[in-house]
Design a protein around this ligand. Structure first.
Ligand SMILES: *[C@@H]1O[C@H](CO)[C@@H](O)[C@H](O)[C@H]1NC(C)=O
Ligand SMILES: *[C@@H]1O[C@H](CO)[C@@H](O)[C@H](O)[C@H]1NC(C)=O
Ligand SMILES: *[C@@H]1O[C@H](CO)[C@@H](O)[C@H](O)[C@H]1NC(C)=O
Ligand SMILES: *[C@@H]1O[C@H](CO)[C@@H](O)[C@H](O)[C@H]1NC(C)=O
Ligand SMILES: *[C@@H]1O[C@H](CO)[C@@H](O)[C@H](O)[C@H]1NC(C)=O
Ligand SMILES: *[C@@H]1O[C@H](CO)[C@@H](O)[C@H](O)[C@H]1NC(C)=O
Ligand SMILES: *[C@@H]1O[C@H](CO)[C@@H](O)[C@H](O)[C@H]1NC(C)=O
Ligand SMILES: *[C@@H]1O[C@H](CO)[C@@H](O)[C@H](O)[C@H]1NC(C)=O
Ligand SMILES: *[C@@H]1O[C@H](CO)[C@@H](O)[C@H](O)[C@H]1NC(C)=O
Ligand SMILES: *[C@@H]1O[C@H](CO)[C@@H](O)[C@H](O)[C@H]1NC(C)=O
Ligand SMILES: *[C@@H]1O[C@H](CO)[C@@H](O)[C@H](O)[C@H]1NC(C)=O
Ligand SMILES: *[C@@H]1O[C@H](CO)[C@@H](O)[C@H](O)[C@H]1NC(C)=O
Length: 833
């Protein structure tokens, strides 16, 4: 405990004291002598003046008296005329300390006169300190500290401390305390009166406290409690059980070891009738973002707080007619954290070099609702709300948190392979370490930063389970997924978010990228452990990304261009390698009628190429409508290349692929459709040639399937890459939508997938693959429409707008290979290349 530097004045006072003759218990004579200017008066009086005093008197100068007063500068000798005066008389030693007129004797307070010189009666030492309103007075108690007792309670040893303060002329009782508690300091203003009651048989010769001056505390008082281990303290408002002074403020401070938790409960309280302001309690709680936390007295009070906190009681302006009464008795319980919180987890990062892990609070808006502290402790000692574990060390952590779902883990690991010869064809398995999965906290993000040498190597990501791209049309409903984005500075390229259980077999990316395993539900730890993704360093290629898609017959595969919500970055190109099994036919459908892109410079176009025949169609995305649903018998490529679009006229395309069994013989269709079908073929051929003639000058073909050429079209090469919204980094956008995803979790714990991208309402017509050939005079001059596919056996599942064509060929038809006519028709297109 700190001692005041002003101890000299105490010593001075001590020197002023005269000695008193030591006279023992009983009938022996006593002498009390008080020096001038000591400010001390001693009074011996009957403990209970109402009772008959026959058996015992004070005898002074042979006169029996019932009360004796010794003032400063006096010396008095006396005896008692009975053998047990302690049963009848009590001793009061009062010392006035006036800090208004002179220097205040701060420091350790001594018992004066020394107890050995006083008759053995119950004695009460009273120190009455008066100070200016602006001066804070602090009473500091040495161990054992004080324990407040309520009305009717007694201290085991009978030693009590009664402390009161003053508001103007009115005395305010702060409380009565025993000597085995937690109260270490009491700060008051304007003056303090301390009465130490010591029973006659207790050989106490020290006061046990000191006084220090402090700056103004601007309230009635502050009571500090220190907990060194588990324990509890019951505390009361001033004047308890009487009313708390009107419009006053009183504060309790609590010092609690970091590894323990404190909970507050109100045992008894009453509120008065407020005319102005509200009676309330306010907390400062470590880790809370909304301090001070304000509660009504009726509220459930906070629990499970880790670390020091304080609590203030604020009164109000009471109704003069019927003020009511504000009072509060409460308990602070400090104990070891319950449940899981006392477990220690080891996270061994000693073998890691480039990995770091942060356990941090989820960004949740709590409003002003109370939230108890939630801490992560290293070695059970240093606790913090946000802990970062670094590579190269073994970490021992534990949690002090009422609700571990308030935390999550984010980890990052860099895999850098920048030496071409070393890295070429190397591959790594991306998997979340076991130590992280055993933590009782949800893994939110595990992000691998993959670095490759520029223009030398690319990356191939092969997931353990095929992936589905998250789209509005088919939202990922799994509890985890991958988020893939380019990390090249200044390149706003976000490939999308993907979840297991789809048709995407691999994703190739050209540049430094991040692959982030993200979970959306807390219960996905086992699922995380089952995930894996292999990254290989492969030869460099031109596109920003290549998706290898192998659809299955059961599901539509929805695919969309990267950076969906902001539009495909300027001058970038993406390809999809879409496999069609030999006994299936794929239908490729675009969501919109037009791409909507407006180029500032360069051209935006799309190429659809049959892999087997290399037959290719090129669409200008700026001018033409997007192709109507088209059928593909063989694996094909879709390549989309962007221009430098105008702001707000970005390129974003959504398309889907469905598979249907190849069951219909073309001859049957021709038969069924009669000469009309022949006409269609003829028209198709014509259109095909027309189309070929008006083919845009797209420059050399783009893409991996024609890798010997440049991705960029000659005429747009001169334009600077430029994005207006360069400062909006890709993660900012991802996080905004993902971070609050868990808030969508419903009460049953089931998971609602957050929408990742902005949904652009579709304006154009919608339809699925037509069950019968569309009119050949379609505006889209593609070769394939002329040789369209016969109706599948069952109509594809319909989109929001049902397709209205009739189904003339719905009946059973023979199965025969239909490839040849298509090839025949496409042939010319290809040779025209
Ligand atoms: C002396 O103090 C004890 C303990 O507080 C109390 O029980 C007792 O009644 C007191 N005696 C007198 C005479 O007041
Ligand atoms: C102080 O002593 C009393 C009586 O022995 C006991 O009930 C109480 O728990 C003790 N308080 C503390 C804080 O040790
Ligand atoms: C108080 O009494 C103890 C023994 O009971 C003694 O050791 C100590 O010196 C005394 N202190 C004072 C200030 O008299
Ligand atoms: C305490 O008192 C001393 C002298 O009385 C004064 O110099 C000092 O500033 C005071 N400290 C505070 C905190 O008021
Ligand atoms: C204090 O509140 C209790 C209920 O909490 C009530 O029973 C009691 O009457 C109130 N006392 C006063 C003086 O208002
Ligand atoms: C209460 O705690 C807060 C935060 O630790 C502190 O800023 C404030 O001064 C404390 N108030 C009192 C009266 O102790
Ligand atoms: C953790 O606490 C539980 C009950 O609170 C107790 O049974 C268990 O032994 C404690 N474990 C450790 C490691 O302290
Ligand atoms: C936690 O600390 C890390 C590293 O200092 C910081 O990036 C992150 O924003 C912090 N999280 C919160 C919720 O404060
Ligand atoms: C411990 O767990 C039980 C049930 O899960 C819960 O009711 C209680 O509040 C928990 N206690 C703490 C301190 O977290
Ligand atoms: C990837 O990052 C590394 C290190 O920052 C850099 O040397 C390399 O050129 C980058 N690669 C690409 C493709 O930008
Ligand atoms: C997720 O969606 C698929 C279809 O898209 C459905 O078959 C599956 O039952 C869904 N799973 C959950 C958990 O909702
Ligand atoms: C396209 O995908 C198929 C099926 O996965 C694969 O066999 C083929 O090699 C891929 N083509 C290229 C150029 O990657």
């Amino acid at each position: 405990m700190a001692r005041s530097a002003c101890g000299f004045s105490v010593a001075l006072l001590g020197a002023l004291l005269l000695g008193t003759a030591h006279l023992p218990h009983g009938t022996e004579a006593s002498e009390i002598s008080l020096p001038h200017g000591s400010g001390i008066t001693v009074r011996i009086r009957l403990a209970n003046p109402a009772l008959p005093v026959k058996p015992c008197h004070i005898v002074m100068s042979r006169q029996p008296i019932t009360e004796l007063l010794v003032k400063p500068g006096e010396r008095k000798s006396f005896t008692f005329n009975c053998i047990n005066p302690e049963k009848h008389f009590v001793l009061e030693i009062e010392k006035n300390i006036d800090c208004m007129s002179g220097p205040c004797p701060f420091g350790e307070v001594r018992l004066q006169p020394s107890t050995s010189e006083l008759p053995t009666l119950n004695r009460t030492f009273i120190w009455d300190v008066r100070a200016h309103k602006s001066i804070g007075l602090e009473l500091q108690f040495s161990t054992p500290r004080l324990r407040q007792i309520g009305p009717g309670e007694r201290c085991a040893d009978g030693v009590t401390h009664s402390i009161s303060g003053r508001i103007d002329a009115t005395e305010v009782r702060i409380g009565t305390f025993c000597s085995n508690g937690t109260v270490s300091r009491i700060k008051m203003q304007e003056g303090v009166k301390m009465a130490l009651h010591v029973p006659w048989n207790i050989p106490r010769n020290i006061s046990g406290f000191s006084i220090a001056n402090r700056s103004s505390i601007k309230r009635l008082c502050i009571i500090e409690s220190v907990f060194e281990g588990e324990g509890s303290a019951t505390l009361m408002s001033a004047n308890y059980p009487g009313g708390f002074p009107e419009d006053e403020l009183m504060t309790w401070q609590f010092v609690v070891p970091e590894h323990l938790r404190a909970s507050v409960s109100f045992l008894n309280f009453n509120v008065s009738n407020c005319e102005r302001k509200e009676e309330r309690v306010e907390y400062y709680i470590p880790g809370s973002t909304t301090n001070p936390e304000v509660f009504r007295l009726e509220d459930k009070q906070p629990g499970n707080m880790a670390g020091n906190f304080n609590l203030s009681l604020q009164g109000c302006d009471q109704d003069a007619q019927s003020p009511g009464i504000l009072r509060l008795q409460f308990q602070v319980l400090v104990q070891r954290p319950q449940n899981e919180s006392n477990k220690t987890y080891v996270v061994d990062l000693s073998q890691e070099r480039t990995m770091s892990l942060t356990i941090e609070p989820r960004p949740v808006k709590h409003g002003r609702r109370f939230v108890p502290g939630c801490f992560v402790c290293l070695e059970s000692r240093t606790c913090s709300t946000n802990v970062t574990l670094t590579a190269g060390t073994k970490h021992k952590i534990s949690f002090l948190c009422d609700d571990l779902t308030r935390l999550w883990v984010n980890a990052e690991k860099t895999l850098s392979c920048l030496d071409y010869y070393y890295c070429y064809k190397k591959s790594f398995h991306l998997q979340v370490p076991k130590d992280i999965l055993q933590l009782p906290v949800q893994l939110h993000d595990f992000s691998w930063k993959l670095l490759v040498p520029k223009d030398r190597l690319g990356l191939m990501l092969v997931p353990g389970q095929k992936l589905q791209q998250h789209t509005r049309e088919r939202a990922c409903n799994t509890s985890l997924g991958y988020v893939i984005a380019s990390t090249t500075p200044g390149q706003d390229l976000y490939f999308g978010s993907f979840c297991p259980g789809g048709s995407i077999e691999k994703i190739q990316v050209k540049q430094n990228s991040s692959v982030t395993l993200r979970t959306y539900a807390p219960s996905s730890q086992q699922e995380v452990s089952r995930q894996g993704l292999t990254v290989s360093f492969i030869p460099y290629f031109k596109e920003e990304g290549i998706f290898t898609v192998t659809p299955d017959t059961k599901n539509k595969v929805y695919l969309r261009t990267p950076s969906w919500d902001r539009g495909l970055p300027a001058l970038s190109s993406v390809s999809w390698n879409i496999s069609v099994p030999s006994n299936q036919v794929a239908c490729l459908t675009f969501f919109k009628e037009r791409s909507g892109v407006v180029c500032q410079s360069g051209r935006a176009y799309m190429i659809i190429q049959e892999q087997q025949t290399r037959a290719e169609e090129v669409f200008s995305l700026e001018e033409e409508v997007l192709p109507k649903p088209s059928f593909h018998h063989h694996s094909f490529w879709v390549n989309i290349s962007n221009c430098s679009p105008m702001n707000g006229k970005q390129l974003d395309l959504l398309f889907w692929v469905t598979l249907t069994p190849r069951t219909v013989d073309l001859a049957v269709i021709i038969g069924a459709a009669g000469g009309g079908a022949l006409l269609l073929f003829a028209l198709g051929l014509i259109i095909c040639f027309v189309r070929k003639k008006k083919k845009i000058n797209k420059g050399p073909a783009v893409g991996i399937y024609n890798g010997n050429v440049n991705t960029q079209i000659p005429q747009i090469q001169n334009f600077q890459k430029r994005r207006k919204d360069n400062d909006s980094h890709v993660y900012a956008v991802i996080d905004d939508t993902m971070v609050y995803g868990h808030l969508l979790q419903d009460s049953g714990g089931s998971f609602i997938q957050p929408e990742v991208d902005t949904y652009r309402p579709f304006q154009g017509p919608m339809g699925d693959c037509p069950p019968s050939p569309p009119p050949v005079f379609s505006r889209t001059p593609t070769a394939k429409f002329t040789a369209d596919e016969p109706a599948p056996n069952s109509p594809p599942e319909s989109e929001s707008e049902p397709y209205t064509f009739s189904h003339p060929n719905k009946g059973e038809v023979g199965v025969r290979e239909t490839d040849i006519p298509l090839l025949n028709i496409q042939g010319p297109v290809e040779t025209e290349e």
